[in-house]
Design a protein around this ligand. Structure first.
Ligand code: AMP
Ligand code: MG
Length: 413
């Protein structure tokens, strides 16, 4: 295997070409799934003020210490505090103040008696508070009160940078009064397929032609990982046409040009020469299967990655190399698909290269089992469509017996 670069080395050399994109500020309504670019600290306590967690009566716990159903404690009702009002009222000894869930606890009160534990269990809208309330059960100081800062204290770190914003994260930002989230700009990725044999799906099929499978796959993968995809279509196997497509990518100000096919050493592989004329290209032979030829570099200062053309190689090349690059540009820590250990339910053969085989993993209480799907040729997409995982055979291994444990990368649905 001399002259072949390990997958690991190729990944780290490739990642060194990429950097997190700049920060931008987006409204919370548009921030779901975006990657947070800065730590978020709470500017104030949550809840911001002590408030009631029940509809009931604010009291001093000591006033109702002896309360029970047979001998309720009578308290004069000194007022009413709906949610959203300020607690200008001051509770004095022997008094209660009717209070709604979320309303601020009045000064002087230290607990809330739920309406259910009084002789006034009603809460219809518009119903005036009684003059006197009878409390049938005692409360401890702090009962049914949410103290200020119970959830978050002022100054605390609540969200760390480098994570995708989830719906609940947006809720917390909003609770802290933050309406614009500082996030990394999303990568803009131009996608190019190359080859005289390619037709776009929808065109009439002609002799010697096949439909372009890689563009739809790569566009969807780029979008799935949080990028904006720009479809450059199909370039013919001619320098001029390749140059025309690459120039269109430059004009659109993309962060990455991702092409498939046309980068091996075939007589019609013009992508390589065009990129080299107006930029630089490194050609690596990576110790992996499928997808040994891998190119990367720059075209007019824009990062360029050329994946091999066979559809399965394109897909695997994306998962192994492009995904971590997009993650890094997006401000995320590069990490592979979810990995699980599974035992092979059949013997498998490899050729000693680090292999990414298409398989199905099924898990039960006793553990996970993995089997291959269909013919593993790198042009055969069906085996990938039937798979729910890539099964990894480490480099240097040529066969694995049934029962051997392997790593599997589970696809995201
Ligand atoms: P190449 O690297 O140009 O020699 O292409 C390798 C193989 O992948 C050939 O069989 C091509 O026909 C096939 N291929 C290249 N690009 C695509 C594509 N976009 N969709 C489907 N097959 C492709
Ligand atoms: Mg070709």
């Amino acid at each position: 295997m001399t002259g072949l670069m390990s997958v690991h080395e190729a990944q780290s050399r490739l990642l060194a070409l990429f950097h997190p994109l700049e920060e931008e500020s987006v409204a919370l309504q548009a921030a779901a799934g975006r990657v947070l670019a800065r730590p978020i600290y709470a500017a104030f306590d949550l809840p911001p003020f002590a408030n009631s967690s029940m509809d009931g009566f604010a009291v001093r716990a000591q006033d109702v210490r002896s309360a029970n159903a047979g001998q309720p404690v009578r308290l004069a009702v000194a007022g009413d505090i709906p949610a959203g009002q300020t607690a200008a009222l001051e509770l004095e000894a022997g008094q209660a103040i009717r209070i709604m869930t979320g309303a601020p606890l009045p000064h002087g009160a230290d607990a809330v008696v739920p309406v259910e534990d009084t002789d006034f269990p009603w809460r219809q809208p518009g119903l005036a508070a009684p003059q006197v309330v009878q409390v049938k059960r005692p409360v401890q100081p702090g009962d049914n009160v949410r103290p200020a800062g119970q959830d978050v204290r002022r100054g605390e770190l609540v969200l760390e940078p480098g994570q995708r914003l989830r719906p609940q994260d947006l809720g917390l930002l909003a609770m802290l009064g933050i309406s614009q989230a500082p996030v990394y700009r999303q990568p803009r990725v131009a996608i190019l397929s190359t080859g005289d044999e390619l037709l776009p799906a929808g065109a009439p099929l002609a002799p010697g032609k096949i439909y372009n499978a890689n563009s739809p796959t790569l566009i969807a993968l780029a979008q799935r990982y949080g990028s904006e995809a720009i479809d450059l279509g199909i370039a013919r196997d001619q320098e001029d046409d390749v140059r025309r497509c690459l120039s269109a990518a430059v004009e659109q100000g993309v962060d990455l040009i991702l092409s498939s096919a046309g980068v091996s050493v075939g007589a019609f592989d013009f992508v390589r020469s065009v990129v080299e004329q107006d930029g630089s290209l490194e050609f690596w032979r990576v110790n992996m299967r499928p997808g040994k030829p891998f190119t990367c570099g720059h075209y007019r200062s824009i990062p360029f990655i050329g994946l091999p053309g066979n559809p399965v190689s394109t897909f695997v090349g994306f998962e192994v190399f492009v995904r971590p690059a997009l993650q890094k540009m997006s401000g995320l820590a590069p990490r592979p698909l979810h990995v699980i250990r599974a035992a092979l339910s059949e013997e498998i053969q490899s050729d000693g290269r680090e292999s990414y085989l298409r398989g199905v993993v099924t898990c039960q209480a006793g553990g996970c089992l993995a089997r291959l799907t269909g013919h593993q040729g790198s042009g055969n997409l069906r085996s990938l469509v039937q798979a729910n995982a890539l099964l990894l055979v480490p480099s240097g291994v040529k066969s694995l017996p049934s029962g051997a444990e392997i790593d599997a990368w589970l696809f995201e649905d």
